[in-house]
Design a protein around this ligand. Structure first.
Ligand code: FES
Ligand code: FES
Length: 330
């Protein structure tokens, strides 16, 4: 019994001495305890960098045996994995550290700059990619767990063809609606919007805000981002879309809406001026969704709706403005 106890609970962490001619109790080359102690000293990191590893099972010195049984030469360290990543329908064989994020693997190992890094701690969404259709933060996803056939989709994989004319409707809408400034957040927003529109091509403003809740734009382009997603959705539904910016690649892009003929417009003055022009943008976006309203322009003090007289008249337009919380003067 005493020998059994010694076998189960080795007291020393010293390496086993060469054969002294007497039977030794079998013990692992590196015990769990050794591993934990050395981990604290940073030995794991060194092991990864040098290719050294730790025994995966008890490597015993057999009683009476002069040699220590070594692990198979082909054993790779526990701290790395060989995985096959399926990114934008291309397969990449890569050896990754088990602590390596998908963003790190794509950028540092594969040279793919398909998603940006913002916070590197799952807070901003700049690194958003899709894994099997779900928007996830590439900075917080371990590459080692993505080698089981998961389909990773980045902003480079959604275009329909080369050049600006081949942009996916979501990409085109962000571009032509001006849904960006510095662009750090844009790829993440595009992918979150893409994921939403794959399952819901007619989202409400609240649904869009919910779907993009994990993405932060430090430049504050939220109004135009919202508008871009709505226009992309309209285009995906097959509707004619007009963008804020001119469609300079019109010959390759879907036809934009021609200005409606026979429309009516009138400038009104708000009873209570808006606080900021950003407020106007959001209100205009809401108004444009009302049947019969074909355009809106204005400022913090005035608004000029354009409407289809076959569907609306001035009284109804005034009523719509009241319903949106912005009545205008008689
Ligand atoms: S960089 Fe990944 S969430 Fe911010
Ligand atoms: S465009 Fe600059 S952070 Fe969004």
């Amino acid at each position: 019994m005493a020998d059994d106890k010694q076998f189960l609970e080795p007291k020393s962490t010293e390496p086993i001495e060469p054969d002294s001619g007497t039977a030794q109790p079998a013990r692992p080359l590196v015990t769990r305890r050794d591993f934990l102690i050395r981990s604290n000293a940073g030995a794991v990191a060194v092991g990864v960098m040098t290719g050294a590893g730790f025994a995966t099972s008890l490597v015993q010195r057999q009683p009476g045996s002069p040699q220590v049984v070594q692990p198979p030469a082909a054993t790779i360290p526990l701290t790395v994995r060989r995985v096959t990543l399926n990114i934008d329908q291309k397969k990449y064989e890569v050896t990754v550290d088990v602590r390596e994020s998908l963003w790190e693997t794509m950028n540092y190992q594969l040279g793919l700059s398909n998603c940006n890094l913002g916070c590197d701690r799952a807070q901003c969404g700049a690194c958003t990619v899709l894994v099997d259709g779900k928007a996830v933060n590439g900075c917080a996803l371990l590459s080692a767990r993505l080698g089981r056939g998961q389909k990773i989709l980045t902003v480079a994989g959604i275009a329909n063809g080369p050049g600006p004319g081949g942009l996916h409707p979501v990409q085109r809408a962000f571009w032509l609606e001006g849904g960006f400034q510095c662009g750090i957040c844009t790829r993440g927003f595009v992918m979150s919007a893409y994921a939403l529109l794959q399952t819901n091509m007619n989202p409400t403003n609240d649904q869009i805000k919910e779907a993009l809740a994990g993405n932060i734009c430090r430049c504050g382009e939220y109004t135009k981002i919202l508008s871009a997603v709505k226009k992309a959705a309209a285009e995906l539904r097959g509707e004619r879309v007009s963008y804020t910016a001119p469609l300079i690649f019109a010959e390759k892009a879907p036809p934009s809406a021609a200005p409606a003929e026979g429309t009516v417009s009138k400038q009104f003055e708000f009873v209570t001026p808006l606080g900021t022009i950003e407020q106007f943008d959001e209100m205009a976006l809401e108004l444009k969704q009302k049947p019969g309203i074909v355009g809106v322009s204005g400022s913090e003090r005035t608004i000029t709706p354009v409407w289809d007289p076959a569907k609306l008249d001035e009284t109804k337009v005034r009523q719509i403005l009241v319903e949106t919380g912005h009545p205008v003067r008689p």
